[in-house]
Design a protein around this ligand. Structure first.
Ligand code: IPD
Ligand code: CA
Length: 288
């Protein structure tokens, strides 16, 4: 069993400084070294789930920086997998969150770096200690440290009192499997007439940070991996919001719902009633 280390405020600040340093270094690489004709290096879970050579390069750089500074800690990244450590802390990395935006040159992607205690491979078994979500194009950098608040470029974030569900600007995302997308389109068709509007930005970590910043009132998505949400979850929580699953479940691949109370509970109840955390059969003629 992993021993969870006691980490005081000074140590948490140092972890956050390292997370931000690493995220910014990777951000420089993905912007400045982006090949003019960037192609898809490989596909992952389905033909629409792509990876570029720059996702891999950026993750390699993150692992080098963090491994050199904190050799006892574990590493879990989207592209290179899990290397358990001995300290009870694990760095959870998405080198480019929003790879499809990056591929198309849409400036809505981010480097996400978090350090968590516990086991990040088990939903509900990990706690984020520090996290940074860095958009290297806009320069916007969200940071959060456990107990020490969330910040956007140094400005402390406090989520405003949320509107009612029928006035909620709501972010979401769509999965890479056709069966999941069929369910997601059914859920959106039901929800859209009953909320302010939908945004599909294409970068889950920034969606969550937008909830923390008051640019979205709420966000939900089925299918997120831990690297999509580890850093941004802490940004939301430290800004006074909630990141949860449906019912009593923690946020996980099944469902992530985020907003301030009471909106988050109302949205979670709606999603549960719509059976949003289930996938339909694959679409006939679909690609995945
Ligand atoms: C994806 C993005 C997208 C979300 C997907 C994620 P990736 O991350 O965050 O907005 O809808 O669920 O997988 O693949 O670009 O790192
Ligand atoms: Ca990614």
């Amino acid at each position: 069993m992993t021993t969870v280390p006691a980490v005081g405020p000074g140590a948490v600040r140092a972890l956050l400084a390292l997370a931000e340093h690493a995220a910014r270094r990777a951000g420089v690489v993905i912007v400045e070294d982006r090949p003019e004709h960037l192609g898809v290096a490989a596909t992952k879970s389905s033909p629409t789930d792509v990876v570029t050579e720059m996702d891999r390069r950026a993750e390699t750089l993150l692992r080098e920086i963090l491994g050199a500074a904190r050799p006892e800690d574990g590493l879990l990244g989207e592209e290179a997998g899990h290397e358990p450590g001995a300290s009870g802390l694990t760095w959870v990395l998405d080198p480019i969150d929003g790879t499809v935006n990056y591929l198309y040159g849409i400036p809505a992607y981010a480097v996400s770096v978090a350090v968590v205690s516990g086991d990040p491979t088990v939903p509900g078994a990990w706690t984020p200690l520090a996290g940074c979500v860095h958009n290297p194009v806009s320069g916007e950098t969200w940071t959060a440290a456990a107990g020490l608040g969330a910040h956007l470029l140094g400005r402390r974030l406090h989520i405003p009192v949320p509107p009612s569900l029928d006035r909620a600007l709501t972010g979401t995302g769509f999965g890479y499997f056709t069966g999941r997308r069929r369910t997601q389109s059914r859920v959106i068709a039901d929800l859209l007439p009953r909320i302010r509007d939908i945004r599909r930005i294409g970068c889950a970590s920034m969606d969550l940070c937008m909830v923390a910043t008051g640019r979205l009132d709420a966000y939900f998505e089925r299918g997120l991996a831990v690297w999509d949400l580890a850093a941004a979850r802490l940004v939301v929580e430290e800004a006074g919001g909630v990141v949860r699953g449906l019912g009593d479940a923690p946020p996980s691949q099944d469902m992530v719902v985020s907003a301030a109370e009471p909106l988050v509970g109302l949205l979670a109840d709606e999603l549960a009633a719509l059976e949003a955390a289930a996938d339909a059969a694959p679409a006939p003629g679909g690609t995945g």
